[in-house]
Design a protein around this ligand. Structure first.
Ligand SMILES: [Zn+2]
Ligand SMILES: [Zn+2]
Length: 73
């Protein structure tokens, strides 16, 4: 699995989405899962839009080892 970022424009960093090469589509935040980027949390099943462990909003592109939740590949 490889992830690409949509935006080539740094000013639009906030609009970046993760692209799943296997699904051939950009993923909605809630379809991405990975390790929480929050220091001291590192919950391994954090959703792309929010870490359920601490209820903290996160940016999906900051997730460590993002996984596609569509088919878990
Ligand atoms: Zn996928
Ligand atoms: Zn967390």
């Amino acid at each position: 699995m490889k992830w690409n970022r949509k935006s080539k424009d740094r000013r639009k960093d906030r609009m970046q989405k993760l692209y799943c090469d296997t699904c051939k589509r950009f993923l909605a935040d809630r379809l991405v899962e990975g390790i929480c980027p929050t220091l001291g949390c590192e919950y391994d099943s954090a959703r792309g839009d929010q870490c359920e462990k601490r209820g903290k909003l996160i940016n999906p592109i900051e997730l460590k080892t993002p996984r596609c939740k569509v088919v878990y590949h």
